[in-house]
Ligand binder design. Structure first.
Ligand SMILES: Nc1ncnc2c1ncn2[C@@H]1O[C@H](COP(=O)(O)OP(=O)(O)OP(=O)(O)O)[C@@H](O)[C@H]1O
Length: 260
């Protein structure tokens, strides 16, 4: 599966929030979208998901314009993991995960045994089967984030869009979620995610897109895009990028913000 955004202009009504966005992602790739608050990352996601009508350009799935796809077809191909939230009703974790099957159910149909098995398999894949009978409103923010990823996996999408999948997570859970994202991409899933931490790009991305004010947009490899100069331009702070060897002798890059 290949998702391609060509010259997209996205926004609300006549208000253009982002302009001339072009990027592509295919199965097994992880693209991380970086950029300061309010620059338009979520707006771009809403457009890719078909929630917002494009103001210009086009978005193609396997070469076909998504504007010609039904919401159902789009939901089957592209999954979405929103930021963790607390729903008003105390569903069990398994019920929340089964909700990911909605796109596959007929109107008024109840989830089948197969839908339940798919949901249980998603919980297993993420190593959180032990949460299955817990009440979603009573688990931690990190656990909720994992449950939302499981819910998106039951949709069996080929591309997964994740809006700040590590927000609200502690240091350890952030890295565990990134590890899961790496594993999912190794199994063939294409992932587009946002993060507010450039270091996350070094841990789990093949490609990076950097959105800046005044419609400046760049996309490329991690080394091309995540540079001291580009981070200073995007976030307005001085940053040093250094390299070190991990325990296996692999080079790992890290980005350190400087305070004057
Ligand atoms: N429903 C809406 N109607 C009009 N303008 C909106 C709407 N939602 C967001 N915006 C505006 O669009 C711009 C981009 O917002 P968006 O949420 O896409 O940014 P973001 O990069 O995801 O930010 P953050 O990193 O803070 O989550 C902002 O100026 C915001 O005020």
């Amino acid at each position: 599966m290949r998702l391609e955004v060509r010259g997209a202009v996205c926004g609300y009504g006549t208000k253009k929030v982002v302009k001339n966005i072009s990027l592509s992602i295919q199965s097994g790739e992880i693209l991380c979208l970086l950029g300061p608050n309010g620059v338009g990352k979520t707006t771009l996601f809403k457009s890719i998901l078909g929630f917002l009508k494009l103001l210009g350009g086009e978005i193609l799935l396997n070469g076909k314009n998504i504007q010609n796809a039904s919401k159902l077809q789009l939901a089957k191909a592209v999954g979405y993991v929103p930021q963790a939230h607390t729903p008003p009703f105390p569903f069990t974790v398994l019920d929340v995960v089964i909700m990911g099957r909605t796109a596959h159910l007929g109107m008024f149909a109840s989830p089948s045994r197969t839908d339940k098995e798919i949901a249980e398999h998603a919980l297993e894949t993420l190593g959180i089967s032990f949460l299955k009978d817990r009440i979603y409103t009573e688990i931690s923010g990190g656990e909720r984030q994992m449950v939302l990823i499981a819910r998106a996996l039951t949709q069996q999408p080929e591309i997964l869009i994740m809006d700040e999948p590590t927000s609200n997570l502690d240091f350890g859970n952030q890295i565990r979620v990134l590890q899961q994202i790496n594993r999912l991409s190794q199994k063939g899933l294409g992932v587009i995610m946002t993060s507010h931490f450039p270091n996350h790009v070094f841990l789990c991305s093949n490609k990076v897109a950097l959105m800046q004010q005044n419609h400046v947009f760049m996309v490329g490899s991690v080394d091309e895009v995540v540079t001291e100069e580009n981070l200073k331009s995007a976030y307005g702070i001085d940053v040093k990028i250094t390299s070190m060897l991990d325990t296996k002798g692999n080079t790992v890059k890290t980005c350190v913000p400087l305070i004057h």
